[in-house]
Design a protein around this ligand. Structure first.
Ligand code: HEM
Length: 256
């Protein structure tokens, strides 16, 4: 009787078999060989697990478009076609990657000299002590500027007053009013000491700004004596040149 019960319950083994002879039957369950570990032993996931440290997931669309119910029910295969999911790397179950990233300065940015930050430029712009429309005498040394303008509170970089410029080797640019400027005339102002550039149809004397440019003097000089609007837009369309260079405006670009 017990034997038939154990059989019906799917219990087996020697104790079950001999249970008819013993007083208290012992019931021993078979080891569960049907339970499936995840991922399955013969799955692609498991095969690829030791390959790489970083997990990567790629989901490709099913080979064939999912057919209508009527078509699918042709008896060939009842299971729906699943997308092919490939998991590689031992880190499939690894903890998520850290969010603590080292953020570097964007490529192209340079370390500007002390006293040539954007804040210094804003101060220089507001100060009114320097006429930014005139040439910027780069050859005028800081020491010379100090001699010429003693006791000023502004940083050395903003001490280039009109006086200083007059006394330095370069004469003033002589911009007294906004003028029409042709590309040919603009092209003559293409050196570091005397640099004009056009942005959006306006011509600026960018010489004083060169050393303040976060992208470096070299980048700025690519547009020396030219209409540099396109270069500018490629580098940083979000920068407001109109405000930054408002006191450097010398005129408006016209055709030759
Ligand atoms: C020939 C024209 C110019 C070129 C080729 C140029 C190029 C560059 C480059 C390569 C950078 C570094 C980009 C970066 O941080 O990823 C930069 C930064 C910058 N430039 Fe220019 N530039 C030009 C003109 C100007 C002008 C006329 C101004 C202002 C009036 C200006 C203001 C700035 C500012 C504020 C930054 C920092 C931008 C930021 O941090 O987002 N640039 N430039």
């Amino acid at each position: 009787m017990f034997s038939s019960i154990t059989h019906a319950l799917g219990l087996s083994g020697p104790s079950a078999a001999s249970s008819s002879s013993s007083a208290t039957p012992s019931i021993v369950a078979e080891p569960d060989t049907t339970s499936v570990a995840f991922p399955a032993a013969n799955s692609q996931q498991r095969a690829r697990q030791p390959a790489a440290a970083t997990p990567s997931f790629a989901v490709s669309p099913p080979d064939a478009p999912i057919a209508d119910d009527e078509d699918a029910d042709n008896g060939d295969d009842d299971e729906p076609t699943l997308p092919d999911i490939q998991v590689s790397g031992a880190g499939a179950l690894a903890p998520p990657t850290t969010t603590k990233k080292v953020v570097k300065a964007p490529k192209g940015r340079v370390r500007v000299e002390k006293g040539f930050s954007q804040l210094d430029w804003a101060r220089l712009n507001r100060s009114g002590e320097v006429d930014l429309r005139v040439r910027f005498a780069r050859s005028c040394t800081r020491r010379r500027v100090k001699q010429l303008s003693p006791g000023r509170s502004l940083p050395v970089s903003v001490l280039l007053t009109d006086d200083a410029l007059t006394l330095c080797s370069h004469p003033q640019g002589g911009v007294t009013e906004l003028r029409r400027i042709t590309p040919a005339e603009m092209a003559q102002h293409n050196t570091r000491d005397d640099c004009w550039q056009a942005y959006g149809g306006k011509v600026y004397n960018v010489g004083p700004f060169l050393k303040f440019h976060p992208g470096g003097v070299g980048e700025m000089m690519r547009g020396a004596g030219k209409d540099a609007t396109q270069l500018f837009m490629l580098a940083h369309a979000w920068v407001n040149y109109d405000t930054l260079l408002e006191n450097c405006l010398v005129g408006f670009l016209v055709r030759d």
